[in-house]
Design a protein around this ligand. Structure first.
Ligand SMILES: Cc1cc2nc3c(=O)[nH]c(=O)nc-3n(C[C@H](O)[C@H](O)[C@H](O)COP(=O)(O)OP(=O)(O)OC[C@H]3O[C@@H](n4cnc5c(N)ncnc54)[C@H](O)[C@@H]3O)c2cc1C
Length: 282
């Protein structure tokens, strides 16, 4: 059981972890892929105080090392869902569940672009979670559509259940090398319900499956935590970075503009202090 789970791996999350450790909170940083956030894409920053002309990757490396040296824990994977159960939160990360007393969302501003038909068919043959829904497709035909390497592991898990697994890459990444998994060439363009099955329409035609699993390194904030108050595309927060849901905080780009590293770092610091104060009275 951690005091704090921090979802994200960019400057907001790492700053939050640094201050959380200074406030003696046991914290876990859950990050999809350490180089998938926006900071990793910045070649050079000139407006981060104290580190002129630094590359985004270098800044991230320094932040991460500082958090680790202070005792923050790290876990690689996509946090798909957070649920409050009594006095604690259960966070589903890949196929694992981690427990904490408080949660900080530091997800960045990147939002997954869904395929036409995806949202409407979610829960009706389309799933974003192998662990949650894999069993429904035991001995059935399954397609995995993935934009990143996380889909490879999920496809391996599903191959142990389904009668067949076809794998489509939504974006280039290292593909599975598993004889139980068939790599498909077409680029998925949309999904369509067909009786109790799902048609995956691609630029090369279409194929029909009992189930379609879609994996990306990001999840929309209100899908992670139901009832999260939003303000347009951002999570609504007050000056303490509190979301209004007890012991749930948000910081960095996911909490609004300006989308800047210095602001993300400051908000991560505030979120950690607010969590420490609230946990002391919880
Ligand atoms: C090309 C470019 C240049 C830029 N230049 C500058 C600049 O010069 N100066 C400046 O101040 N800012 C600059 N920025 C903006 C800056 O990078 C962002 O404001 C900053 O990175 C925001 O930090 P963050 O921690 O909120 O989000 P991010 O850095 O985007 O990190 C979010 C992290 O959360 C992870 N994540 C998201 N969802 C999940 C999930 N469900 N489970 C697990 N992990 C998850 C992502 O994989 C990612 O690692 C630039 C951005 C870009 C793209």
């Amino acid at each position: 059981m951690y005091d704090l789970i921090i979802i994200g791996g960019g400057p907001a999350a790492l700053s939050c972890a640094i201050t959380a450790r200074k406030r003696a909170l046991e914290c876990l940083v859950v990050c999809a892929d350490e180089n998938s956030g926006w900071l990793a894409k910045a070649d050079r920053l000139d407006n981060y105080p104290g580190m002129p002309a630094v590359s985004g990757k270098e800044l991230l490396r320094v932040f991460r090392e500082q958090a680790a040296s202070l005792g923050a824990h790290f876990m690689s994977g996509v946090a798909r869902q957070v649920q409050r159960l009594g006095a604690s939160f259960m966070t589903l990360v890949g196929n694992d569940i981690v427990e904490s007393r408080a949660v900080v969302l530091a997800l960045g501003a990147a939002r997954p672009a869904l395929l036409p038909g995806e949202e409407e068919l979610l829960g009706k043959g389309v799933s974003w979670c192998g662990t949650c829904d894999g069993m429904f497709f035991r001995n059935k035909t399954v397609a995995v559509l993935s934009s990143w390497k996380g889909g490879v592991e999920e496809a391996g898990f599903l191959a142990g259940l389904a009668s067949s697994v076809d794998y489509y890459a939504l974006k280039p990444h290292d593909l599975p090398e598993d004889e139980r998994i068939t790599l498909r060439d077409g680029k998925p363009l949309s999904l369509e319900g067909r009786d109790k099955q799902i048609a995956v329409k691609t630029d090369g035609g279409e194929a029909v499956y009992d189930g379609v699993f879609i994996f990306r390194p990001a999840v929309a904030p209100d899908r992670i935590l139901h009832g999260l108050p939003l303000d347009g595309p951002f999570i609504r927060v007050d000056r303490r970075m509190a979301t209004g849901l007890p012991l749930v905080y948000a910081c960095g780009d996911c909490a609004g503009q300006p989308l800047q590293v210095a602001k993300a770092v400051g908000e991560g610091n505030v979120a950690a202090i607010s969590a420490a104060e609230d946990l002391a009275h919880a």
